[in-house]
Design a protein around this ligand. Sequence first.
Ligand code: HEM
Length: 160
Amino acid sequence: MKLKSLKAQQGEPMCWSDYLSLPFTQTVITETLRMGNIIIGVMRKAMKDIEIKGYLIPKGWCAFAYFRSVHLDENNYEWPYQFNPWRWQDKDMSNSSFTPFGGGQRLCPGLDLARLEASIFLHHFVTQFRWVAEDDTIVNFPTVRMKRRMPIWVKRRGEN
Ligand code: HEM
């Protein structure tokens, strides 16, 4: 809100440095990506026999890297089912326990765009609207989703 009113006073539109000046928004997006598991995992085919942590994956077999089980594992995240953006304030997200955009050669090329779009959405949503979510339950397996599809009442700020 502070940034929005400052920009309105100066009569300037938002720019890239404004986006970078909102680190908490980034932690909210990162935590949402961790818990939301929009892409639940990726398929890979073994091109040769390969051993990973004592398990042999024979040539030709397909393996599914299940992001959800990594992102919600208490060995990687304390209280993994708690939405806690603050956990990212001192945590490095460039590690193999955080892969919402995949990794390696097939790393999502749209990751910065996706994060930017989410920030723009959040900015307008928080500064221009109010909302009340109805009761709902998160179902975490096999994919993360809301039992009642998350009914939510949205109103523009200032409307009754
Ligand atoms: C929250 C939003 C997004 C998520 C969670 C996401 C996730 C992913 C993941 C996990 C992969 C890797 C697939 C694999 O390894 O098999 C991927 C690949 C890809 N993504 Fe995204 N993505 C998002 C947004 C976007 C956007 C906005 C674009 C483009 C505008 C994009 C374009 C691509 C493309 C072209 C690939 C294939 C890369 C390759 O195979 O070399 N994604 N994405």
